[in-house]
Design a protein around this ligand. Structure first.
Ligand code: TYR
Length: 449
């Protein structure tokens, strides 16, 4: 081991690594973004395409990121510089850092809304919403100029605090307890949600595909973006996390666990949300506010609803925090090496810039109409990062793994070995994944039908 490696922070255990990746993967993407996107893209058809993409493209690229990260033991730019010196692959690294800025900027806005709801349940404010009109409650809250920005600021400050504390202490510890708790609560609540009268419609919406939509380029692109966003894939988060992994840990089963658990959380939260949407006569395609307008109706029905609501939004907040920490870590790991600054200085500077970048996303919700290409600023940033930058990053990562490495070395370094699974994986990263993503892009733009 060279000096640099000896001084690098490492995960305490393989479980710690898997939990950190899960902490990154499971977050607002599974609950807020999944339900919004599934709702806007027809439910069942979206779900099928999403699951296929996770399986065929997502998991192989997750493994590629782990492999690159563990081999390079560096940040996302450094990894490519180290493994392919002087070659243009490191463009992927810069793109990853930029994507981290973009995602965290609006992610912290939504996480701020989650904190507002948590406190709304703790203080009982949500119990006193006039006429239980949670839709107006939500829209008037996000339409304000200052309050949502203050919540966003608090959330960013917490993220900064955790990232300053460092990889092992900060990230590993919190995930161990809170994530399983979130899983359990989601299961319990989804069972309850099925009793509210919208089960048949909700489950049909989520699981029964409208076959016409299955081939709708918009639905397919949305599913691709959702798969990458939810798996924290395509911007080097998993390269960065793999970079804190020592050599002896096995990668393929880690990739599989992260992928399966992440998708399960998304599906379970769909089973919680969509039956409730129909039970309370709401519109599944009502956009980014869906969760915030629907779930309060569910908690309203439960006798200890205030408590359950507080618990739910607290756990969702915790899940969001472990994701935002991973997003910030990607950019900080790079700038710390590049600027030769201390962790603390770097985190505060980068975190501050990201906070500022997030303000227009917050204001665009009603206070000031900021739109880009016909979308409000938040939706624009969300779609730019999720549907374009992450899958594009995925293409480069897959091509790098498939073509810049010798096949034998790729098979060895990924721990797959020369097995049939290994060979399938090689061809997926070499051809199938990049080609599929390209076709989805071109199809959406209308270049191919
Ligand atoms: N996967 C996270 C979620 O679902 C969000 C995220 C996206 C985190 C990309 C990291 C990342 O690199 O909430």
């Amino acid at each position: 081991m060279d000096n640099e490696n000896k001084n690098r922070e490492h995960w305490g255990s393989r479980l710690g690594f898997i939990l950190a990746c899960l902490g990154s993967a499971v977050g607002l993407g599974n609950v807020w973004r999944f339900s919004t996107t599934a709702g806007e893209n027809g439910g069942g058809a979206f779900l099928i395409v999403y699951l296929l993409i996770v399986l065929i493209i997502g998991l192989p690229v997750v493994l590629a990121e782990f492999t690159i990260g563990r081999k390079a033991q560096s940040d996302v730019v450094g990894a490519f510089e180290k493994l392919a010196p002087g070659k243009p692959w490191k463009i992927m690294g810069y793109m990853g850092v930029a994507t981290g800025f973009i995602i965290l900027s609006f992610y912290s806005v939504i996480a701020g809304w989650v904190m507002k709801y948590f406190f709304g349940y703790v203080t009982g404010a949500i119990a006193n919403v006039p006429g239980q009109d949670f839709t107006s409650y939500f829209t008037s809250f996000i339409g304000q100029r200052y309050e949502p920005v203050i919540w966003q600021f608090i959330f960013m400050t917490l993220t900064i605090g955790v990232v300053i504390a460092g990889v092992k202490k900060g990230i590993e510890a919190a995930n161990k307890l809170l994530m399983p708790l979130l899983g359990v609560l989601l299961v319990v609540l989804s069972i309850y949600s099925l009793t509210l009268g919208g089960a048949k419609e909700g489950l049909t919406f989520l699981f029964y595909p409208d076959w016409d939509k299955l081939f709708d380029p918009q639905v397919i692109l949305a599913a691709l973006g959702q798969a990458f966003f939810s798996l924290s894939l395509g911007m080097g988060t998993l390269i960065t996390f793999g970079g804190y992994l020592s050599r002896e840990h096995k990668l393929p089963s880690a990739a599989l666990s992260v992928g399966l658990l992440d998708s399960s959380v998304a599906i379970i939260s769909g089973v919680l949300i969509f039956p409730a949407v129909f039970a309370f006569g709401q519109d599944p395609s009502s956009g980014p506010g869906l969760v915030f307008m629907t779930l309060p109706n569910v908690f309203e029905q439960i006798s200890a609803g205030m408590l359950v609501g507080a618990l739910f939004f607290f756990l969702l907040f915790a899940a969001a925090l472990s994701s935002s920490v991973s997003l910030l870590e990607v950019t900080v790991a790079y700038f710390m090496r590049k600027l030769q600054w201390s962790r603390k200085q770097t985190v505060v500077l980068i975190g501050g810039i990201i906070f500022l970048l997030g303000i227009p996303s917050s204001l665009a919700q009603g206070a000031i109409p900021i739109t880009v290409m016909g979308r409000d600023f938040l939706t624009f940033m969300d779609q730019l990062s999720g549907n374009v930058l992450l899958p594009l990053g995925g293409v480069i990562i897959a091509l790098f793994m498939g073509w810049a490495w010798k096949k034998e070395e790729a098979l060895r370094d990924s721990d797959l070995g020369n097995t049939w699974v290994g060979n399938v994986w090689i061809w997926i990263v070499r051809i199938i994944a990049p080609l599929a993503i390209l076709i989805i892009f071109l199809n959406k733009i209308g270049i191919i039908e």
